[in-house]
Design a protein around this ligand. Structure first.
Ligand SMILES: NC(=O)c1ccc[n+]([C@@H]2O[C@H](COP(=O)([O-])OP(=O)(O)OC[C@H]3O[C@@H](n4cnc5c(N)ncnc54)[C@H](O)[C@@H]3O)[C@@H](O)[C@H]2O)c1
Length: 243
């Protein structure tokens, strides 16, 4: 029960990795704020947590909208008093070559994936208890990628740099900031990816479960990782290691 008495916000908690992480935080005693664009999905996560005897709150938020992020944080603080953990999991992809992509689509990916990490830090830190943790979801695409997903890969690379820099700013408060970089994980995001459907991105043989990622996220958020700061934990079943 590593999170008894702690409050955790998990964005994207309505599906996939965020759903699994929300359930694990709750199993380990946390009050979980399940924040998602699709509030019905977030509510289903909350219903599963409360049915198992846990405590959780669903909040509708577009993580790429500063005002909505501020409102989400205000709801979390109003319900539970302060914050201990923020998991920035919600993200999106586009599948258009850079020579063809519309400006708005490029910046929507950057704002949703990277802007959200900034917004939750910028407005969440004032409410975070010293000793807390931020865990950001990167991707193996920050390290090796495929065609037509440049905005996504760029946003994930930037999240890792943002994480490193922010960790230095927060050392005095002992708030640790780390990334988890998943490989292929069995979620809707993986199976809706046209590059995966076409075989351009090969995932055979190295597909993780959302629970594998939840374990890594909760480790980095917990005091088990007290000496882990400003880094990225690649959780990909060894995929990046293979030629
Ligand atoms: N599944 C994989 O293979 C894989 C691989 C590498 C990285 N990741 C990363 O893991 C994280 C979770 O991915 P997943 O596979 O669980 O995805 P998923 O599609 O199963 O879930 C993503 C959740 O985020 C929510 N969301 C999307 N845009 C949002 C927004 N603007 N505001 C609020 N919520 C929003 C969706 O409603 C959904 O509930 C993402 O950051 C993703 O980039 C996933």
């Amino acid at each position: 029960m590593r999170f008894t008495g702690k409050t955790c916000i998990v964005t994207g908690g309505g599906s996939g990795i965020g759903l699994a992480a929300s359930l694990q935080f709750a199993r380990e005693g946390a009050r979980v704020v399940v924040a998602d664009l699709h509030v019905e999905a977030a509510q289903k996560t909350v219903d599963a947590i409360t049915a198992a005897g846990g405590t959780a709150l669903a909040v509708a938020v577009d993580v790429g909208d500063s005002g909505q992020v501020q409102a989400c944080i205000a709801k979390a603080v109003s319900a539970y008093g302060s914050l201990d953990v923020i998991v920035n999991d919600a993200a999106m992809m586009t599948f258009t070559p850079i020579a063809e992509i519309a400006d708005a689509d490029f910046f929507r990916v950057i704002t949703t994936n990277l802007g959200s990490v900034f917004y939750f830090a910028r407005y969440g830190l004032a409410h975070m208890n010293d000793g807390g943790a931020i865990v950001n979801l990167s991707s193996v695409h920050a390290h090796a990628t495929t065609a037509n997903v440049v905005p996504y890969a760029a946003s994930k690379g930037a999240i890792e740099a943002f994480t490193r820099g922010l960790s230095i700013e927060l050392t005095a408060r002992k708030i640790r900031v780390n990334c988890v970089a998943p490989g292929a994980v069995d979620t809707p995001m993986l199976w809706n990816n046209p590059n995966v459907k076409s075989g351009a991105e090969k995932v055979t043989g190295a597909i993780g479960k959302p629970e594998d990622l939840a374990a890594a996220i909760c480790f980095l958020a917990s005091s088990d990782a007290a000496f882990v700061n400003g880094t990225t934990l690649i959780v990909d079943g060894g995929r990046l290691a293979a030629l």
